[in-house]
Structures are given as C-alpha cells and as structure tokens.
Ligand binder design. Structure first.
Ligand code: GLA
Length: 384
C-alpha cells in the first residue's frame, strides 16, 4: 500500500486538496487466544499490513468517508442518531463517537482509506481501521491528549457499542503499540506489557489463510465470552476474590463441576490452560527453545478445536497438514471460526510446506489457501 495511491484517491474524490495521512496495522498473535477478556496474557505483534487513511477537516459537522477498496462513499453526522448503516462506515462513526465521549471535539472531515490486511482472516482488519482513525482524530482534533491505551480502548468500545462484538483489548492494543521486530506480552488484567525481540533464527512465521471468512461469527464469539462469565459467577460463590478466569486454577474449576454446564466447563478449562501456555512460551523463547514454543502452539490448536470449539474443518485440516510436514508449531489464530493458521516453520522446510499445504488444501476443498509471510512492524502512526 503506498501513500501516493491513497492520496490520489483522496484528491480525486474530494476538493482536490490534501490532508494528513495515518496508518495502523493488523496483528498476529503467537499464542494466548481468548485470554484477553479473561484477564489473562496475550502475545501479539503488529504486521506490515494494515489500513492507511487520509483525513482533512471540512469545516462542516459531517464526515464524508470514501472506502477505496469498496469504491463506496458514505456521509454521516456526528451525533448518536447519525449512525450509518454501511458496516465499514460504522467503525469510523463509532471511533468518532468514542473520541467525543472522551472529550475530543471531533468536527466534520473528509477521508479516504485503503487496506491491505485481508478481511475476515483473523488478522484484525477492523482493529486496524479503528486504530487508524482513533490515532488520527486524536492528532487532528485532540492535540494528542488521549494516551495510547485509551486509543486502544476507543477501538474496543467501538466494537462493543457500534459493531456488536464484545471483544477483548488484544487487537487494538497490538495495532496501537506494535514495534518492528518485537512481540508484546500483555497482561490483560494489569495492562502491564513487555516487548520481546522476536527474530527466530532459522525459522519463519507463516500465515496460511483458509479463506473461510469468519465475519458472521460475532454471536458465537460473544457466546464464548458469556460461558467464561458464567463460570466466573459460579467460582465467586466459593472464592469471592475471583474476578476473571485468570484468577482461577484447575483445582478451583473442579470444585464447580456440576454447577456449570459441561460446555461452559470445557470453555473454562481451555482458557485456564491457555493463560499458562503464554507464560510457558515466553520462558521457552528466552531460552531459544523453539521446539517447546511449537509444541504449545499445537496444544492451543487442540484446545481451540476440541474444548473452546472455535476451529472449523478447514482449519483442522491445515493444522494436520502442518503437523504431517514436520512444521514446528501450528494453530488457528485470532477469534477462530475461519481465517488463518499461524505456523512456525523451519527455514529449510518452508518451500515444501507451502507447496504441500497449497496442493493438499486445493485437492480437499477446491479452495486456494493464501500464504502470508509475517513481518513484524510498527503500530499506529502519522505518515505525512
Ligand atoms: C478477536 C478479539 C480479541 C481476542 C481474539 C481471540 O480477535 O477481537 O479481543 O479475544 O479474538 O484471542
């Protein structure tokens, strides 16, 4: 994606003048899935794919937004009742509203944006969109007074209040805080975070996109979250100090067996194990022990598939192919229900794996898996 391209579209669709250009990335997550809204740990990094937007105040109280990819123009006001119907525009509207709620005097602006982060692939295209606008509006109308954590929360609140997804903080956090060559371990309870240099010698991180879209999965996502909350409520009767599943262990969980549904129990089991896996992976990384990192990734896949039930046939198949090829680690990434697997692949296995996965996936599903090499990049920023 390049600045000149976005700029040329901005000039063409508005009054010929130019504005300020911002970008924000999508993310990967090495491990720690569905742990963020349980107060646990996540381990994401920003990628070199994202959203780029040009914005210029237009002296009115209306936003005129153009999606370059969709070739679609939408206009909306800035009051609560002005919510647009078009789904992509709701994200921008939601960000405007959330910034206004935080005291930023957002006025009308013209904007055009484009993205190269694949939609519905589990790489957080929506967080990239939210963070781009949160960062931009803070810069243009807020004198930068909203801090970075709050910008991430603006994106999260947009999902909750305007898009119907009760997501955690991971995606928006990674999109805002990303740093080239680094993964970030975030404690979602205390919001403490630590950058880990990540350039695994002799390995590559590869995403295999099943091209199964997960867009319709928001209700299933919210249901998972509800299950976790049900278990927390049961745990609190015995252990009032428990606020999140993060505060529980397997022994405590066993105490509420029979008091929660079998399904909710399985969900909690996965989450408690997954929170521990993030810590184990961080330890292994510090020792350069990629075999353990990979093994934990496979365990996560099993958990997401069998206990949390957010995988799908195609993703399980991609995971099996990776295993059969001797790939070090592989698992479904992000919320699940479609999207990508993330794979830790030895350099010398890379070409064989990519060739095999493409071939076998096509033979089985008649779908063309897309391959993305992960490059870990910087977070939200102004470009021009
Ligand atoms: C989605 C959500 C995140 C997180 C992941 C699963 O990407 O937006 O908050 O819960 O799913 O780890």
């Amino acid at each position: 994606m390049d600045i000149e391209y976005v700029r040329s579209r901005f000039i063409k669709h508005f009054d010929g003048s130019t504005g300020a250009i911002y970008t924000s990335p999508g993310r990967i997550n090495l491990i720690g899935e569905h742990t963020d809204y349980n107060g646990g740990f996540v381990f994401p990094g920003a990628v070199d794919k994202g959203i780029m937007a040009e914005l210029k105040p237009n002296g009115t109280n209306k936003v005129r937004a153009y999606s370059i990819n969709m070739k679609d123009m939408v206009e909306f006001g800035l009051n609560e009742e002005d919510a647009p119907r078009t789904s992509w525009a709701r994200y921008i509207f939601g960000v405007c509203r959330e910034m206004i709620k935080r005291g930023v005097e957002v006025k009308g602006f013209n904007t055009a944006f484009a993205g190269d982060v694949p939609l519905g692939a589990g790489m957080s295209s929506s967080a990239a969109l939210e963070s781009t606008y949160a960062y931009a509006l803070n810069d243009l109308f807020g004198e930068g007074k909203i801090d970075k954590f709050e910008l991430a929360k603006v994106g999260q609140a947009t999902e909750h209040n305007y898009c119907g997804v009760k997501c955690g903080i991971m995606d928006q956090f990674a999109s805002v805080f990303g740093k080239k060559g680094h993964l970030i371990r975030l404690d979602c309870r205390s919001l403490e975070y630590q950058y880990f240099h990540f350039e695994p010698k002799g390995y590559r991180l590869v995403l295999v996109d099943s091209v199964v879209k997960h867009e319709l999965a928001s209700s299933a996502y919210n249901k998972r979250r509800q299950s976790c909350e049900n278990v927390v409520a049961a745990l609190r009767e015995l252990h009032p100090e428990v606020e999140f599943l993060r505060d529980a262990n397997m022994d405590m969980l066993a105490e509420v067996k029979g008091k929660v549904s079998d399904e909710d129990y399985m969900r909690a089991e996965y989450v408690i194990e997954e929170i521990q896996r993030v810590l184990d992976v961080c330890d292994a990384l510090e020792k350069g022990d990629y075999e353990t990192v990979g093994q934990k990734m496979y365990e996560t896949h099993q958990g997401m598939s069998k206990l949390y039930e957010v995988s799908c046939e195609e993703l399980d198949f991609l995971n099996d192919v990776a295993f059969d090829c001797g790939v070090t680690g592989s698992r479904v990434m992000g919320g699940g229900f479609g999207g990508c697997t993330i794979n830790l692949v030895k350099e010398e296995l890379y070409s064989t794996f990519v060739e095999q996965v493409r071939k076998q996936y096509y033979e089985k599903y008649k779908k063309i898996a897309k391959i993305y090499d992960v490059v870990i990049d910087d977070g939200a920023r102004r470009l021009a």
